[in-house]
Design a protein around this ligand. Structure first.
Ligand SMILES: NC(=O)C1=CN([C@@H]2O[C@H](COP(=O)(O)OP(=O)(O)OC[C@H]3O[C@@H](n4cnc5c(N)ncnc54)[C@H](O)[C@@H]3O)[C@@H](O)[C@H]2O)C=CC1
Ligand SMILES: O=C(O)C1=N[C@H](C(=O)O)C[C@H](O)C1
Length: 252
């Protein structure tokens, strides 16, 4: 039985994972961490990981970028593996992830769904053909009106996956409103839409002369992310220090 600490347990993702973990015979949430109260979770909830004295095998994190520094410091100190799903991290925080991974196992992924992780591979294949042929690449992502970071971590990860196949030649363009010139060849445009309860949509366009190839992923419920997070936690428990991602968990 894998013992999990749910960091951000009272948030939207924390609550979906709490429900799904209760039905899962291979894992158990033994404690939660959240700064806001008001949920009946069936496990003890602490204000911070530092205050939590419950023994566990792994932490799942869906919280807030501001909470990630303290989380990483504590996981490093306790050699506690962590599945890091929070998006909107700064460059400094991404460096902190690298440092933490020298001391404990860290699996960082902006999107825990099978579909997006498969899409990353498909995009790399497409980019190898379409980028040298001069196709313009644009990404459009849509999310609910409560999301605080833009563009989404997934949109950036999709752009990075493409860019890795092209020696990182693309710069990312988030806003053309101040420009009066045609788009650059070596850029990936990334646009963010926010509204209502959209769970998560990512569309990638390769636009060429007289043809457009479109790839699209739509998440219809947060359960696709929760399922991936629980699989990742089971995978990461007991693993040696190092940096992991969803490609280590999913076998295509
Ligand atoms: N990697 C993935 O597949 C996915 C990532 N996300 C990301 O996960 C994060 C959380 O998403 P939601 O659950 O929708 O947000 P949410 O706002 O509903 O939940 C976040 C929770 O974290 C808590 N929190 C804030 N500061 C904290 C602290 N210092 N310590 C502990 N808990 C703290 C909040 O009180 C809240 O309950 C976001 O960054 C989002 O982009 C969301 C869905 C999928
Ligand atoms: O905030 C969300 O909801 C989501 N965030 C992640 C991201 O920023 O990519 C993943 C998913 O799309 C939902």
């Amino acid at each position: 039985m894998v013992r999990i600490i749910m960091h951000g347990c009272n948030g939207k993702m924390g609550q979906v994972i709490t429900r799904m973990a209760a039905e899962d015979k291979e894992c158990e949430i033994v404690a939660g961490i959240d700064t806001c109260e008001g949920r009946l979770n069936g496990y003890p909830v602490f204000d911070s990981l530092q205050d939590c004295d419950v023994e566990a095998d792994v932490v799942i994190d869906f919280s807030n970028a501001k909470a990630v520094d303290g989380l990483l410091e504590n996981c490093k100190k306790r050699r506690l593996p962590v599945v890091l799903c929070t998006t909107g991290l700064s460059k400094e925080q991404i460096q902190k992830v690298e440092d933490t991974a020298k001391e404990t196992a860290v699996l960082k992924s902006a999107n825990m769904s099978l579909g997006i992780n498969l899409l990353m591979r498909l995009l790399q294949d497409a980019a190898k053909v379409l980028s040298p042929a001069g196709y313009d690449i644009e990404i459009v992502e849509k999310h609910h009106n409560k999301k605080v970071d833009a563009p989404s971590g997934t949109a950036l990860a999709l752009a990075d996956a493409i860019n890795e196949t092209q020696d990182m030649k693309y710069a990312y363009s988030y806003d053309r409103s101040q420009e009066r010139k045609p788009r650059e060849k070596q850029e990936i445009g990334i646009s963010a839409v926010r509204g209502g309860t959209i769970v998560g949509e990512h569309e990638v366009l390769f636009a060429g002369e007289d043809e457009v190839i479109e790839f699209k992923h739509t998440a219809y419920s947060k359960a696709v992310f929760a399922k991936g997070a629980l699989e990742a936690a089971k995978f990461l428990a007991g693993k040696p220090a190092g940096k992991y991602d969803m490609s280590d968990v999913i076998s295509f």
